[in-house]
Design a protein around this ligand. Sequence first.
Ligand code: CDP
Ligand code: MG
Length: 777
Amino acid sequence: KSNKGIADPIKNPESDFCINARKGSKLVALKRMYKDRKSKSQAVAELKGSALGTLLGVENSPTKGQSKQNNEPKIEAEAEQSFEDIQKVRRSLPAYKVRHHLLKNIRDNQVTVIVGETGSGKTTQLAQFLYEDGFTANDKIIGCTQPRRVAAVSVAERVAKEMDSPIGQKVGYSIRFEDQTTDSTKIKFMTDGILLREAMLDPLLEKYSCIIMDEAHERSLNTDVLLGIFKTLLARRRDLKLVVTSATMNADKFSRFFGNAPQYFIPGKTFPVEVIYSNHPVQDYVEATVQKALDIHLSTPVTDGDILVFMTGQEDIEATCSTIIERLTEIYTKKYGANYQTYLADVQVLPIYSSLPADVQGRIFQKQKDTVRKIVVATNIAETSLTVDGIKYVIDCGYSKLKVYNPKIGLDSLRITPISLANANQRSGRAGRTGPGIAYRLYTQDSAIEDMYPQAIPEIQRTNLANTLLQLKSLNIDNLSKFPFIDPPPSGNLMASLYDLWTLGALDNFGNLTRLGKLMGAFPLQPFLSRVLISASKHGCSEEMLTIVSMLSVPSVFYRPKEREEESDQARNRFLIPESDHLTLLNVYGQWKANKFSAHWCNSHFIQFRSLQRAREIRQQLLYVIKRQNLPMESSGADWAPIRKCLCTGYTHQAAKLSGLGKYVHLKTGMDLKVHPTSALFGLGDLPSYVVYHELLMTTNEYINVVTAVDPLWLMEYSGIFYHIKRRKEQSYRFGETTSLRKADNGDIDKIDIQIDKLKAVAQGVINKLQSDKSKF
Ligand code: CDP
Ligand code: MG
């Protein structure tokens, strides 16, 4: 039986696996309910509290030093590894043993594909070998790309330590909005997205002598695009070396892509891992995971080995971590009474996901006393990018959170999706690095065989390509049909993405980049956000919009510690602008600025200092781009209408209309939507008739978050290409006169509709023309 398409949430949503993914976790839903201000009293009975604030170790927590009882196990890391110890570890890695061969291969070939088990030292050692071998002569540097930001930072820090040089000196990293490199940097770790941006400014990548494309098997969108770019670039720069590293899958494909480039296998030993499937389908994967982790922890001595849990995303991870601690506290209290903390100190539960602050992330690598068991709860980042040593047990929930693009409705959404068999095997393998291990798969063997793809679908085939196409166009790669994609994106995605760019005004009717499009390409932002930012400079509110866009690029700014929920909710309520989360964010930042960017102010107002600081840095970087592009910076002062208008220019596809009590319907697709409990609009008695939103989350319900009330006329005026008024109630209504928010909602206009069919026809015409005109496309 062919399993093509079975576990695809869009093509075939009816497999058990997909149904359970859609149901999501009840446990998490309950926790979310608890967080929601309105129904707290109902949920409070069911949940005793969350250990989350302390668990995440946010050191600027307002509770610091005040909390009487501290459930958090003490983190007593063993003394820092000495330089000698680190060198000893280095020398023991499989990659080190074949150093000479590796270097010879790289010297003798322009492209080398290097394959090795995870943890064999590819990421941390290769760049160092090249450095030691003189690859940084003539002022050239060595670049190493990572698909994930977390990995780029964490490996750079590790390698800096191994080379005994502070970060930013010999070894640096660069991720979007954060550059930790200097003129003396010789080894630069970066996300693949950063290298792609560099290629836009310096198409020959002159400063590099060698580029390591690490984790290429992940097949991230930017990695795929870079591979295509390298194909022509390598011919123009014969002196540039390319090293592609891959876990054991996909290596042949890379080798073939680069004209049968040689593959080098790093020999390494792994231990057998016993794979144990569930006997029955699992209803709630978070609940089942918590149970399994507790079972293992309570039935084996802590010295036995650590536990690595693969969970979907931040929310599920936080719920898993806090529930494990809650349950353990309960169990130990019952068993040992007041003594429970001693036992709790035996276990350390550590979350790891990309938006977690770096120092908290770093804790997964800290070596613990043998008497402390680590339970690391991770996203698929721990599959290959990060190696946590000492894992004996793996628990695999079977899902990951993926960005999935549906070209039919033209929407990107985050979905909990079944993983592929290759991912499952990679996950299990993590249990056998230091000795024999056990992997528990929380799904049945049948569903693994029937419902899972053998390999994950590369990102380029399941995501919106608007951003990528804009970049390729900026690189003067117009002929997309000839671009050497390692796997071409489906034409539906390509068309839909071109169409998006066209509606945003980035492409003209011939598919050429417009001036606006060129400008948009200069910003390291999603096209719809750069569009919003650019239009703000025309409407005299770029000061404000710059803040909003920066705030949208950081994790949540509100902090809600355990045992002080009421207080923190009150603090939060004082910031809320009832009609707009965007303006709420602006308000928070504005007040922080008025208080001299103070950390103390953040603490006393339950605001995450770290997030705001990050937003401030991002703002600075974007400001730099604005200045370089000679765009005016103006403030609209107390007038917020221009800001809301500008949002309409970019959020063209993200608009919704009130359809009932607390319910919205998506303007373009007719999809039912609910306001997310964390939105400022949640629970408003009088919800605005029209909104634009920043985020769409698909779980049990379709939630929209970061929402702003808009006048439908604005949608028409600023996304005019897209919407028009179907019927007017009052003939006297004149277009453009309404500036107040509610006026239009009072019945002046009762319907706006989308000229989608008309538009599609135009777009298709443009595309057809482009395709027939081979020289252009
Ligand atoms: O890239 P590959 O999977 O082949 O291995 P690696 O990431 O270079 O890891 C080699 C070793 O360095 C592993 O034993 C890791 O646990 C260790 N490492 C570490 O201790 N701290 C880090 N931040 C990164 C790696
Ligand atoms: Mg690696």
